[in-house]
Design a protein around this ligand. Structure first.
Ligand code: FAD
Ligand code: AMP
Length: 478
């Protein structure tokens, strides 16, 4: 029998690595098992997020955005450059260097915090045992007082579009295209589909997004979703709603996709197809038969509000459990579970988790939409403000978008904030903090904001809740 630990974490994504670091910081003897190896055969930490998710997609979104700025918008502000060229190989090199710095950082943090890194595939074999099979197939069993499963998720595959090596790919393949496809199809107008569609559109592809649902971004406030749809359409993203993909055929290095819409059966031909229809929890081979950890009806590990499974001292966090599949949600659950194991009282506020779509402009939201509130029978008042009336946004040559605050009609407490704008992903932190502190819209309205800043649009939206935005006509008199 090998070493005994206070905590063994399975998976070193943003859920697992954060749980392991926090547990070690709490003085617990901690190990983290990771099976992911990079192209050089080296174990890498960081999971989906750092290797094939949040970080690489943001590197490509940022570089492709800079390219569009130089190509289409520098001249508008008086910067004349020769026509810029996108060097895809160099962009991929930059993206890979960003991944390497991030994953290397986690390994260094493990060392600095005294987390033991176990390389290989971990399997829970009892409520106190984890078997680790290394990359040569040797199995060792470690014991632990507590086990945290943070095995993450993998892309959903659908029967109409079986994956191929390089024509029909998931988000992972779409981060590796070595040249810009002329005609790119994207299945799914969710967060990942819109981000990856945007990257390749900006670099020159003709992009068609096929989305089965009739509504666009139903989880976002409808006013913001409508504005986003308009702005993305203006950029040339062809988003077909109510288009359900039913089949595909690979012919001469092209993909013929069949879909149905309101007019019946349709067909489109693409040079590459990205399948972005969601992710599913990854639990395969992670828990041995007989341990008794229950899964829910959708294959997620069943946990309570504090991420306890039904087996004592076995916890599960992140994408493999219920809730939004977001890195920061996984990390916060990691902190909560480590604190609970260390004997502290800890909980998470699942009502205040921000979401961001890193298109240009970005879309960010937290809390309820106006339509959610109506469905729940909560009376609300709202305040909106357009960035076209914000001095800093105009100076940034980024006047698109709007901010909207949803507040309880009676108490004025902020219930939601929804933004589409440049840097909305940064601005939304104000809504998150305000909601965590139980702020009213008036609290934000009475706060002094730096000028000029795009944050002032949030201030104005808060003022607008009572009809008193300063830089907007149609003010209400008190
Ligand atoms: P993961 O990151 O999936 O990590 C799980 C880890 O467990 C993996 O490293 C896996 O190898 C390991 N593992 C699994 N089973 C075993 C085993 N038996 N033994 C050992 N190791 C095991 N989220 C955001 O919040 N913001 C974004 O901008 C964002 N962008 C995204 C873009 C893309 C293209 C994708 C695909 C995802 C994006 N996400 C984003 C989602 C985000 O990546 C996930 O929510 C997050 O990674 C979940 O963290 P996790 O720790 O639960 O799982
Ligand atoms: P998300 O879960 O946010 O990543 O988004 C995935 C999107 O893919 C959802 O909006 C689904 O409606 C969409 N989707 C799933 N299957 C299909 C399909 N066969 N054709 C078109 N869109 C699909």
């Amino acid at each position: 029998m090998a070493d005994k630990f206070d905590v063994i974490v399975i998976g070193a994504g943003p859920g697992g690595y954060v749980a392991a670091i926090r547990a070690a910081q709490m003085g617990l003897k901690t190990a983290c098992v990771e099976k992911w190896v990079n192209k050089e055969g080296k174990t890498v930490h960081g999971g989906t997020c750092l290797n094939v998710g949040c970080i690489p997609s943001k590197a490509l979104l940022e570089t492709s955005h800079k390219f569009v700025e130089a190509r289409d918008h520098f001249a508008e502000v008086g910067i004349e450059v020769d026509e810029p060229k996108a060097n895809i190989a160099k962009m991929l090199e930059f993206k890979n260097s960003v991944i390497n710095k991030n994953v290397g950082g986690i390994s260094a943090l493990f060392k600095a915090n005294g987390v033991t890194s176990l390389e290989g595939k971990g399997k829970v074999t009892s409520s106190t045992e984890v078997e680790v099979t290394d990359h040569d197939g040797n199995a060792t069993t470690y014991t632990a007082d507590n086990i945290v499963i943070a095995a993450g998720s993998v892309p959903v595959e659908i029967p109409p579009t079986p994956l191929t090596d390089d024509l029909i790919v998931t988000s992972t393949g779409a981060l590796e295209f070595t040249e810009v496809p002329k005609r790119l199809g994207v299945i799914g107008a969710g967060v990942i589909g819109l981000e990856l569609g945007s990257v390749w559109k900006r670099l020159g592809a003709e992009v068609t997004v096929l989305e089965a649902m009739d509504s666009f971004l139903p989880m976002v406030d409808s006013a913001i979703a409508k504005e986003t749809q308009k702005l993305l359409k203006k950029q040339g993203l062809d988003i077909k709603l109510g288009a359900r993909v039913t089949g595909s055929e690979v012919k001469d290095s092209e993909v013929v996709v069949k879909y149905t819409d309101g007019d019946g059966e349709q067909e489109m031909t693409f040079d590459k197809l990205i399948v972005c229809v969601g992710r599913r929890p990854y639990t395969q081979g992670v828990i041995a038969d007989g341990v008794g950890v229950e899964l829910d009806e959708r294959g997620f590990i069943f946990v309570d509000d504090q991420c306890r499974t039904n087996v004592p001292n076995v916890y599960a966090i992140g994408d493999c459990v219920r809730g939004p599949m977001l890195a920061h949600k996984a990390s916060e659950e990691g902190v909560m579970v480590a604190d609970i194991i260390a004997g502290h009282k800890a909980e998470m506020n699942y009502d205040v988790i921000p979401s961001v779509i890193y298109t240009s402009p970005e879309v960010a939201w937290v809390g309820m939409t106006e339509q959610d509130a109506k469905t729940k029978g909560i009376e609300v008042k709202t305040g909106s403000f357009p960035f076209s009336a914000n001095g800093r946004a105009l100076a940034n040559n980024a006047p698109e978008g709007m901010a909207k605050i949803i507040a309880d009609a009676e108490t004025d407490r902020i219930l939601g904030m929804h933004i589409v704008s440049q840097h909305a992903g940064e601005l939304i932190a104000q809504g998150v903090i305000a909601m965590e502190f139980g702020s009213s819209a008036e609290d934000l309205a009475l706060t002094c904001y730096a000028h000029p800043s795009t944050s002032e649009a949030i201030h104005e939206a808060a003022l607008a809740v009572e009809g008193h935005a300063i830089h907007m006509a149609n003010r209400k008199k008190r």
